[in-house]
Unconditional design. Structure first.
Length: 295
C-alpha cells in the first residue's frame, strides 16, 4: 500500500486575480469555489479541486498532496515513514477541511512540503466544465493517474529519494544524466521529479505538468499564450522519457507549467529503468525567438 497519485497542489500567490484569469482563460481550468478562508479552488476533472490558490504572497508551492487509497493504506504509510526515521505531523481539522479530504498527514520531503491524504471530495453529480473550448485533461478513470506530475526542488536528493521510495512507495521510472530523479506511483510515466535546490531554486516547485486529452488543445494552449502575452520558455518538444509532446509556460507566480499530450504509460510487470542523456527527442524554439535572433 502506497501513494497512488498526485492529488492536489496548494500554491501561495501574490496576485489572485491574475492567477484566476490565467487558470481559466489560458489553462482551461474551472474556478470551482472561493472559500471564506480566502482559498480559491481550481478544478480539472471530477475532483472538487486539483489546485488551491492561497493569497499569502510567497509565489511558491505550500503543500503537495499525494493521495493514498484508504485509512488502512494511510496507516501503513505512517508506519513505513517512522520505520525509516521520518516523522510526520497529523493534519489539523482546519487543514483537513481546507483540503476537502477525510484525513491527511504532513511530511517534510527534504524541504518540500508534502501531504499524504485519503478520501478526496469528488463531484460526479457536477461534471467538470471548462470555461473555454477544451476537451478535458487526462487524469485517468476516477482520477487514478492524478493531476499530472510535479518537479520539486529539495535540499538533499538522496534523502528525498529515500523517503519517496521507502516511505511513500514510489518506484524509480528512469535515469537522466546518471542520477535517478524520476519516480512513478501509477501508470503515468512519472509523477515526481527531484531537483537540487542549490541549482534549481529558490522556489520549492520547479514546474508541474498537466496533460490534455486532445493534442489540438496543446496547440490551442500555445496560441492562447501568444494572444495573451504569456511567456513561453520552450517551444513544442517531445521528451525522451515519457514521450510527452508539450511546451512550458510561465505562470503568474513565476514558475513553470508544462502543457502536454500523449505521455506513455508504465506497466510495472514489464518496465525496466532506462538511462537518457538528453531531455528531448526533438524540440523547437519558443514563438518569436527565431525572429528575434534574425533582427
Amino acid at each position: 500500500m502506497s501513494v497512488t497519485q498526485l492529488g492536489y497542489l496548494g500554491v501561495s500567490v501574490s496576485d489572485m486575480d491574475a492567477w484566476e484569469t490565467y487558470a481559466q482563460e489560458v489553462l482551461g481550468m474551472e474556478l470551482m469555489e472561493r472559500s471564506d478562508d480566502g482559498t480559491t479552488y481550481l478544478r480539472m476533472d471530477e475532483y472538487h479541486h486539483r489546485i488551491g490558490l492561497y493569497p499569502t504572497g510567497a509565489d511558491d508551492v505550500i503543500h503537495v498532496g499525494f493521495q493514498t487509497a484508504n485509512r488502512k493504506s494511510l496507516e501503513k504509510i505512517k508506519t513505513d515513514l517512522l520505520s525509516i526515521g521520518v516523522e510526520y505531523q497529523p493534519g489539523t481539522p482546519e487543514e483537513i477541511a481546507n483540503r476537502h479530504v477525510v484525513d491527511m498527514i504532513k511530511v517534510d520531503l527534504s524541504g518540500a512540503p508534502v501531504e499524504v491524504f485519503y478520501g478526496p471530495h469528488v463531484l460526479f453529480e457536477q461534471p467538470f466544465h471548462s470555461p473555454i473550448a477544451h476537451n478535458g485533461f487526462k487524469t485517468g478513470t476516477n482520477g487514478r493517474m492524478g493531476l499530472g506530475h510535479l518537479g520539486m526542488n529539495v535540499d538533499d536528493m538522496d534523502e528525498a529519494a529515500r523517503i519517496l521510495e521507502e516511505g511513500l512507495g514510489f518506484l524509480v521510472s528512469d535515469n537522466l544524466g546518471g542520477q535517478d530523479r524520476f519516480f512513478h506511483c501509477n501508470p503515468r510515466e512519472h509523477t515526481a521529479v527531484l531537483g537540487p535546490i542549490e541549482q534549481r531554486g529558490p522556489k520549492r516547485i520547479g514546474h508541474f505538468m498537466i496533460e490534455n486529452n486532445d493534442f489540438n488543445d496543446v496547440g490551442r494552449g500555445m496560441q492562447r499564450c501568444e494572444q495573451q502575452d504569456v511567456k513561453l520558455t520552450t517551444g513544442l518538444q517531445r521528451h525522451t522519457n515519457d514521450h510527452m509532446v508539450s511546451f512550458y509556460m510561465v505562470n503568474p507566480s513565476g514558475f513553470g507549467i508544462e502543457y502536454g499530450w500523449g505521455g506513455r504509460e508504465i506497466d510495472d510487470e514489464t518496465w525496466t529503468v532506462q538511462q537518457y542523456r538528453v531531455a528531448s527527442q526533438w524540440k523547437t524554439t519558443p514563438p518569436g525567438s527565431t525572429a528575434a535572433k534574425r533582427s
